[in-house]
Structure formats: structure tokens, C-alpha cells
Write a protein that binds this ligand. Structure first.
Ligand SMILES: [Zn+2]
Length: 217
């Protein structure tokens, strides 16, 4: 199912400006995972629409952390709709998904969000940068994600979250060509669901072969 972003009106929690943004309501179905755990499907790439940036003060956050005022009407031929469409198109160029997540990571870090949450924001930024074919941005955000996931590990993660973070540290290092670090992190994954165990073995083997390419799982 192809779904398009829906325009809505948000209130910035930082400066109280009201501004139009776009959200998506579905991730699609029947997709696949890329090896850094990015879910993809044939529907609209959803991640850029799960965060928004205030055009007035550049505060950025997950849509659910904004006060959502209302959905806006579907585009028609009216002048207002044309202006809205132009504004939203301009915002997409000014703030591609990777930039939105980077700004959101800064905002949540300032607000004292635990490191795991910040690492996940940078990870989503990595997914967006790859979708945007912005290799340098992807690498920079991979490095930030590593920094925050390492910090998260010093705060007593357990169970699946701990295994997921070890796997991601392995995978992000492998993607950056830091193969020895990657193998070390993969070796530390520990107890994990069978699917994650099998992907860990596969990605670790690629790291030992010095292969940094993204894989479809
Ligand atoms: Zn604002």
C-alpha cells in the first residue's frame, strides 16, 4: 500500500509557533530489514515524517512530542493550498530526514534524554542519510550513533536491548570499515533471539572479510 504524508498543524513546544508539517500514519507492510535494522517497504519511506522541525526556532522532536492541532485539508487548487504545498516542499529540502534527526538528537540530549534514545535518533538519521544518498552525512551520523550507544552501555542495559546495542555497535563499525572493532562488538552480543544471533554471525563473517556493504536481512 502506498501512503502519502498527510499535512497537519503543529505547535512548537519551545517557542509556541504554529506551523504546518507532514506526518505518515503507516509504515507499510511486507517489507524487509537492512542490516543496521532499518525497516523498509514499498510504501513511503516513513522516517523523515516521524520527526518535525519548527521553522521558527529549529527545535526538533518526534511528532508525538508536539501538540498536534489538526489535520489540514487535502491539497486542492486554492491559493492557500498552493502556498502550503510550496512551503512543505521547501521544508523537505531545507530539512531532509537526516538533518531533522540530528537536530532532534541535539534537542533531546539537551533535555537529558537517556543515551539509548539519542543513539536511536542518530541511527534513524543514518537510515535517512542512506535514503538521501548522502554518504558523508551517513558516516558522520554513524559515528554519533556509536558514541551514544557506547554511552548507553555504561548505563546497565539488559536483555534484548543490550544485545541489540552490541549488534548495532558491531554493524555501525563494520559499515565504517572499522572491522576489528566490529568483530569485537559482535562477539559480545550474548543471549539474543535466534534471528539476531544468526544475523550477528553473518555480519561478523563479513567484517572478518573486510566487507562494509549494507545487507538485506
Ligand atoms: Zn519553535
Amino acid at each position: 500500500m502506498i501512503t502519502n504524508p498527510i499535512p497537519c498543524r503543529l505547535v512548537c513546544s519551545a517557542c509556541l509557533a504554529t506551523f504546518p508539517a507532514e506526518i505518515v500514519k503507516t509504515f507499510g507492510t511486507g517489507g524487509w530489514l537492512e542490516s543496521d535494522l532499518c525497516y523498509r517497504s514499498y510504501a513511503t519511506f516513513p522516517y523523515p515524517y516521524l520527526v518535525a522541525v519548527c521553522p521558527c526556532c529549529h527545535w526538533a522532536a518526534y511528532i508525538h512530542d508536539f501538540e498536534k492541532l489538526a489535520y489540514l485539508p487535502r491539497y486542492s487548487d486554492s491559493e492557500l493550498s498552493k502556498a502550503l504545498r510550496e512551503h512543505l516542499e521547501e521544508q523537505r529540502v531545507l530539512y531532509p530526514g537526516s538533518r531533522k534527526y540530528e537536530l532532534a538528537a541535539h534537542a533531546y540530549a539537551r533535555a537529558g534524554t537517556p543515551p539509548l534514545g539519542i543513539g536511536d535518533l542518530y541511527l534513524r538519521g543514518v537510515w535517512c542519510a542512506r535514503y538521501e544518498a548522502a554518504a558523508e552525512v551517513e558516516q558522520r551520523l554513524q559515528q554519533e550513533a556509536i558514541r551514544w550507544f557506547e554511552r548507553a552501555l555504561s548505563q546497565d542495559l539488559s536483555g534484548f536491548e543490550r544485545a541489540r546495542v552490541f549488534y548495532l555497535l558491531g554493524e555501525l563499525n563494520r559499515r565504517l570499515g572499522r572491522f576489528e572493532e566490529a568483530v569485537r562488538w559482535f562477539a559480545g552480543v550474548g543471549p539474543a533471539p535466534a534471528w539476531l544471533k544468526s544475523w550477528t554471525a553473518r555480519m561478523s563473517a563479513l567484517a572478518r572479510e573486510h566487507d562494509p556493504t549494507i545487507q538485506v536481512l
